[in-house]
Design a protein around this ligand. Structure first.
Ligand SMILES: *Cc1c(COP(=O)(O)O)cnc(C)c1O
Length: 389
């Protein structure tokens, strides 16, 4: 197959640059301890922040839906795929986020691509943070709108760019919690700028839902500015423990997306089993707010421990990036942590910029103090810090 030489050439190039990726199989459910490559690992890189993916009540709700509705949805949402659980989950999401209505997409990726391409088009302008998630970038590209990238969380730069495009139909889009950095969008300033320049706002709450704000309602709750974002997007695949993307907003916005978002229209609906798990997960976040509080306490504890080893870090989310720079170094650090029984993903280009490879530590509410202290010590060892104290 001579004509396919470029495949192996490209793969060789990736290997040379330490950018070649493979998948690791994790045995058992996604929780604080998993088995990888034949040995137990304490998992410190999952987005299952509240440990709901393996929660007995969530699983029971999924089992019940399985018995009652079977496995597949059988059609797209606009044909035969909408069941009572899809509707109930959307009602619950709207209530949780304090909006008139909500719509569930199959994934967060599909939600971003569908929303952005439906709302914006040729002649419009999207102002997008430099570190936004790939699904936002792809949605921007697909929309055909002009995409103006502003420096990460730099509101002065955003304002300059808003000024340069005054008078055009515009949308500012940003992650609420940045997925590889764990920092938060400066929402008060962003919303103020949007008002002043007459553009709309869209915030991606993938890593904020169930994590930030006193009761895990997200970025708006964190800043005490409920109801201020026009398009509130998120996913059920992270803290909620299930699968599926979502958007919350006005009834008009939701009806528009039902009619216009191609990734919503042209794909089979998620299974009722997945909807039941998402619904139960969302209810549990509200019934057991101590999970959200515990997650926050865990992050504060880990940061204190790392500080004692001379690694000064801080995070307002469940994500703590430890930037090591070179791709090779990040991969070596990940391997060394695995040797010690700690599973922390190394993140490289193209997920983050070249030369800013990192260990992405993600916490769960159910990690114990002992596990967190152990991780801090292992990180200190692997990063060559003095572990005598
Ligand atoms: C994970 C993620 C998504 C995609 O959500 P999925 O449900 O996993 O497809 C979108 N945006 C951000 C910021 C994310 O981190």
């Amino acid at each position: 197959m001579r004509e396919w030489n470029w495949l192996s050439e490209e793969l060789d190039r990736l290997r040379e640059q330490e950018l070649y990726r493979t998948m690791t199989v994790l045995e058992g459910p996604q929780t604080t301890v998993v088995e990888a490559e034949g040995r137990p690992q304490r998992l410190f890189s999952s987005n299952n922040y509240l440990d709901l993916a393996n929660d007995p009540e969530v699983k029971a709700a999924a089992c019940e839906a399985l018995e009652q509705y079977g496995v597949g949805a059988g059609g797209s949402r606009l044909t035969t795929g909408t069941g009572p659980l899809h509707v109930r989950l959307e009602e619950e999401l709207a209530r949780f986020k304090g909006r008139e209505a909500a719509l569930v997409f199959n994934t967060g990726y599909m939600a971003n691509v569908g929303i952005l391409s439906a709302l914006m088009g040729r002649g419009d302008v999207i102002f997008s943070d430099q570190l936004n998630h790939a699904s936002i970038i792809d949605g921007c590209r697909l929309s055909g709108a002009e995409v103006v990238v502003y420096r990460h969380n730099d509101m002065a730069d955003l304002e300059e760019k808003l000024g340069a495009y005054r008078g055009r139909k515009g949308l500012i889009v940003s992650d609420g919690v940045f997925s590889m950095d764990g920092d938060l969008v400066p929402l008060p300033q962003l919303v103020e700028l949007a008002k002043r320049y007459g553009v709309r706002t869209m915030i991606d709450e993938a890593h904020a839902t169930g994590v930030v704000g006193a009761t895990g309602r997200g970025t708006e709750e964190y800043y005490h500015m409920e109801g201020s974002v026009d398009v509130l997007m998120g996913t059920l695949s992270k803290a909620v423990g299930s699968e599926g993307g979502f958007v919350c907003g006005s009834k008009e916005l939701i009806h528009y997306l039902i009619n216009k978002a191609r990734s919503f229209i042209f794909s089979t609906a998620l299974s009722p089993v997945t909807m039941a798990a998402g619904l139960r997960g969302l209810q549990k976040i509200q019934e057991e707010p101590q999970r959200v509080a515990q997650l926050r306490d865990n992050m504060a504890f880990l940061c204190r421990e790392l500080g004692r080893y001379g690694i000064p870090v801080q995070s307002d989310s469940a994500i703590l990036p430890i930037i090591v720079g070179e791709e090779k170094r990040a991969m070596a650090a990940m391997e060394a942590l695995k040797e010690r029984g700690y599973y922390v993903s190394a993140i490289r280009y193209p997920t983050v910029a070249r030369g800013s490879a990192r260990l992405r530590v993600a916490l769960m509410s159910s990690h114990t103090r002992e596990e967190l202290a152990g991780l801090a010590q292992a990180l200190a060892c692997v990063l060559g810090r003095n572990t005598e104290r």
